[in-house]
Ligand binder design. Sequence first.
Ligand SMILES: Cc1ncc(C[n+]2csc(CCOP(=O)(O)OP(=O)(O)O)c2C)c(N)n1
Length: 598
Amino acid sequence: MKVILSGNEAIARGAYEAGVVVATAYPGTPSTEILENVARYEGVYAEWSPNEKVALEVATGAAIGGCRALAAMKHVGVNVAADPLFTVSYTGIKGGLVIITADDPEMHSSQNEQDNRNYAKFAKVPMLEPADSQEAKDFIKQAFELSERFDTPVFVRTTTRISHSKSVVELSEPQQRPPKPALEKQPGKYVMVPAHARKRHPLVEKRIKDLEAFAEEFPENRMEIQDTSVGIITSGTCYQYAKEAFPGYSFLKLGMVYPLPKNKIREFAQKVKKLYAFEELDPFFEEQVKALGIEILGKEVFPLCGEFDPGTAEQGIRGLSEEKKKDESLPYLPPRPPTMCPGCPHRGLFYALNKLKVFVAGDIGCYTLACLPPLQAVDTCICMGASIGHAMGLDKALGSAALGKVVAVIGDSTFLHSGITGLLDVAYNRGACTIIILDNWTTAMTGRQDHPGTGMTVKGEPTSKVDYVKLAKALGVKQVKKVDPFNLKMLQTILRREVNRPEPSVIISDAPCVLFRRIEKAGPRPVLYVESSDCIGCKACLQLGCPALEWVTLTQETAAAQPKKKGEAYVNPSLCVGCEVCSQICKKGAIKKRDDRS
Ligand SMILES: Cc1ncc(C[n+]2csc(CCOP(=O)(O)OP(=O)(O)O)c2C)c(N)n1
């Protein structure tokens, strides 16, 4: 049967067809839908792990037990999982172990655009890269086979366009599961004390040589010889772009991007007059081809940063100007900067922090959007879990000058991912930091995934639920409070007091993500409206940056009646969810519940 699947759906299907037994992930765009889809298949154990390191460790355990296992993550997730990764490369596995790295050129939803092909080389792990959904499915199966044949974890790399675009996929029946898993003690292979690891390293080097030989024969490293005036070495979505721009040129399409088939590359180079490496981000192929003594054009003509498209190929190869590259037929779309939803529980908190004028060590999640005007209340954001360490460092560097001036803000999912150890540090090393955990009961930014604080697994089964108050206290923090972020007055009072406390303090902002109410129809609250005669046009409410609040200039008629006013606030009823934070800010009481209107 043929169906249309996104790359992520196809990866999930491929894992299922390959007989995967354990699948793990931590959400992160563009990888998230892989686990969501794999979890729907019967007979597959799937979990949202607390972070990517745990995800890889759980998958590795399953693979050591002889099962096929998959761990999926976004590119920066591999940084978190890098510690086990480099040593699993030494131990190898028993059942196949496949690691998905979903890279994000152009940073559609990421804090950097690192090229994770480098991880394959660095960790000495082979990497496949599909160019459409059919390949995404097929390559997963091949990756499991490679993993078992060469006793190695195998990377499958996607980029956003492969993960999220849809194409036709031919489905197959799922494979028979491998023989019953078993516990087999092999300390020389799995206990990486130096004496054992020293023996494993040469095996890893030999494995890479064997994989290089395999790459020469691997049919997915495919030469397409046509017009030989130009030859293009490429992979993944870049293959599609270059093929669209130059369907007649010759291609070496690499399905395995590490290790490279050196002889095939030499052969291809001899067949064509001019050779290009067409690859997003780093000159990964280009440098390796140059190291073979082959002349190749790459980053001299193609960009090092951002995403490519067919125009990038045309521009680099034909030398078209930037002007010509632009497609004039595309309609103009007004920019829509990301923003927190109307009714988001984070908004009031950042309003209060803005008024407090503190330095906010921030983290990653929906709440990072509070860095934008008008809230402008996030001052650092580097990686998940970093906020608490940043606040601690500032506290220790500035000493008493930091008291009352620094807070850390971290989402619930992010706190459980990698914030707990930071908090442990603050408690243990006696930091005078205030840490605000934004518990909106979900991982909102990536699409509302469950985590250990939600009491629900990825399969929708009820489970244990972290109690943040007890956890913070167990870590050694004495001052722990829960607040309702929709009660601005209370919030401001508690914040002021806690920020000035010369000891570790945790505030838990406890209110569900507004999408719970919208999607699950928990019952609407009455929307608000502005009583025109009460609004003095002071714009105080607009400092919240709520998309439901607009500014309207007065009509001639209304201006005549209220000469001191230039305009007034307006609540867009199709966006307002009635959180009432704006009505608490309005000193004139002009923002009212629609029910109040007689
Ligand atoms: C290492 C790593 N993994 C995953 C991500 C993707 N990601 C960014 S923020 C985030 C979690 C956001 O959830 P939470 O902290 O609960 O904040 P919310 O969005 O709900 O406000 C995730 C999964 C990332 N940026 N880095």
